[in-house]
Design a protein around this ligand. Structure first.
Ligand code: NAD
Length: 501
């Protein structure tokens, strides 16, 4: 990516178009703290134009046979793989995550595209022969029409691909409204989709804010909305989308716990926890911002081993290959994280490592922050009850196994949780009892593979159908069931089956 300032409009009808609203949003480089580009924020009429484009493309695209749709996905996968370095650099320059993380972001999205290449098989209906006398029953999964995805800043490649990868393969036409903080990768993905052979209008991108989102919610031509972002907005989109008669899935914030039983391999725990709490500066919905050691001995051992690791985290510019983490996405977000740390201290938590004063040499205006470790957080502390979304790990001590199950179960968020132990029956009981959508056993970030399904519970997920996997195909299609009976003997018809008498 060149250093020249750039301006993104939208991607409609198979090409980039200028924004006409006159409203622009600055795109920062989190490493330097400088504005590197701008993105147009769509007015209602511009979003409507994208919807019209998608609507025009739908009849033909939905009639393309599934194996041909799969071929477009295969080609798209190949093109994204070829463009990996470029995409990763773009992503890292706008988001701030280090290059290996940026490549991982693209790769995890590609895995959903790979899954979607199996659409001829995945979209097959069911058939019951002779359900009644001369009666057969069969079902088909048909696409919904024009559908939309509203995506967050923290996975600008993976999350759009989670959504449009499956939706487009199913025969829908799609509008992506990406985060205004890092729109370059979603725009580039749309170009690559056209290059892969998707007809104009099959994938559109409108950049924008609430005005664009509200247009997508209110326009009756949009049949379904998929959202990933913070919980208040997820709730807003779920409630308003449903009130406008749409199918909606909306995934929100998270506060994932890692439960550590006394028998766990502590070297492994610490290695995993450093990566899952501080990697990507904690800006992952499946990060581990809470550790729950069971028993004070386990807590003391954990702190003793974590302290030097947190103090020596390697922090560097986002283009770095070797660092553990880069900067946070924006100045206001970094300040918000710092405020939460102060809140935790005021609430009585013990500050073991304080990352607030970290300055990145040579990048003093970048949005950097060191790792922070806090002990003795408790339910009822606002800093524990809410999502911080930064490089901050809070320790909540549990006296016993039941308390360790209750902590993540009673928390308002229920995205992911992990347990580290050598005891199979304890792990099994934990997985069964815990009130959280995705569980890791000795796996810190239990993001399911593409052919399973991703989705949290409670305020982490509104709606009842998950992302990707068979649930994704269900979300992006509707079932039609046909009950058929053919007359055996139609008098006077030339189609009568000849008989012997
Ligand atoms: P966000 O909620 O600020 O923004 C998400 C999207 O909503 C963006 O496209 C944004 O432009 C749009 N938006 C923002 N304000 C809006 C409004 N008032 N009305 C309508 N639309 C609006 O989230 P973010 O900061 O981009 O992403 C971080 C959040 O996303 C964190 O809370 C994180 O936990 C969550 N997240 C959740 C998952 C999951 O699967 N559960 C995955 C990734 C991120």
């Amino acid at each position: 990516m060149s250093n020249a300032p750039y301006l993104h409009g939208h991607f409609v009808d198979g090409r980039s178009v200028e924004g006409t609203s006159g409203r622009l949003h600055d795109i920062y480089n989190p490493t330097t703290g400088a504005v590197q580009g701008q993105v147009a924020l769509a007015a209602k009429t511009e979003v409507e134009r994208a919807i019209t484009s998608a609507q025009k493309a739908f009849p033909a695209w939905s009639r393309v046979n599934p194996q041909r749709r799969a071929r477009v996905m295969f080609k798209f996968k190949e093109l994204v793989e070829k463009d990996m370095d470029n995409l990763a650099k773009m992503l890292s320059a706008e988001h701030g995550k280090i290059l290996p993380d940026a490549r991982g972001d693209v790769q995890r999205g590609l895995e959903v595209v790979e899954f979607a290449c199996g659409i001829p098989h995945l979209q097959k209906g069911e058939y019951t022969e002779a359900a009644g006398p001369g009666i057969d029953v069969y079902s088909m999964r048909q696409p919904l029409g024009v559908v939309a995805g509203i995506t967050p800043f923290n996975f600008p490649a993976m999350i759009p691909m989670w959504m449009f990868g499956v939706a487009i393969a199913c025969g829908n036409t799609f509008i992506n409204k990406p985060s205004e903080k890092d729109p370059s990768v979603p725009m580039r993905l749309a170009e690559l989709m056209m290059e892969a052979g998707a007809p104009e209008g099959v994938l559109n991108v409108v950049n924008g804010d609430k005005e664009a989102v509200d247009t997508l919610i209110e326009d009756p031509r949009v049949k379904a909305l998929s959202f990933v972002g913070s919980s208040d907005i997820a709730n807003y989109i779920y409630a308003n989308g449903a009130a406008h008669g749409k199918r909606v899935q909306a995934f929100g914030g998270a506060k994932n716990h890692m439960v550590i039983l006394p028998d766990a391999d502590m070297d492994n725990v610490v290695n995993q926890l450093v990566g899952s709490a501080y990697g990507s500066a904690g800006e992952r919905c499946m990060a581990t911002p809470v550790a729950v050691p069971v028993g004070d001995d386990t807590a003391e051992r954990l702190i003793e081993m974590m302290r030097p690791r947190v103090e020596s985290l390697s922090i560097g510019p986002s283009m770095s290959e070797e660092s553990d983490l880069g900067p946070l996405v924006s100045g206001p977000h970094r300040d918000r994280v710092a405020d939460y740390i102060q809140m935790a201290v005021d609430e009585g938590q013990e500050l073991i490592v304080d990352g607030r004063d970290f300055k990145m040499q040579g990048y003093e205006n970048g949005f950097f922050m060191g790792g922070t470790l806090l002990d003795k957080a408790k339910p009822g502390h606002k800093s524990y009850d809410e999502e911080i979304f930064g490089p901050v790990l809070q320790i909540v001590r549990a006296a016993n196994f039941d308390e360790a199950v209750a902590l993540p179960s009673d928390h308002q968020y229920g995205n992911g949780v992990a347990i580290f132990t050598r005891n199979g029956s304890a792990a099994r009981e934990f997985a069964q009892r815990v009130n959280v959508g995705m569980v890791g056993v000795n796996v810190p970030i239990p993001v399911p593979v593409a052919y399973h399904t991703f989705g949290g519970w409670k305020r982490s997920g509104f709606g009842d159908t998950n992302q990707h996997g068979p649930e994704g195909v269900k979300f992006w299609t509707k079932v039609k069931t046909i009950t058929q009976k053919w007359p055996e003997d139609v008098q006077g018809s030339e189609f009568v089956i000849p008989t012997m008498d």
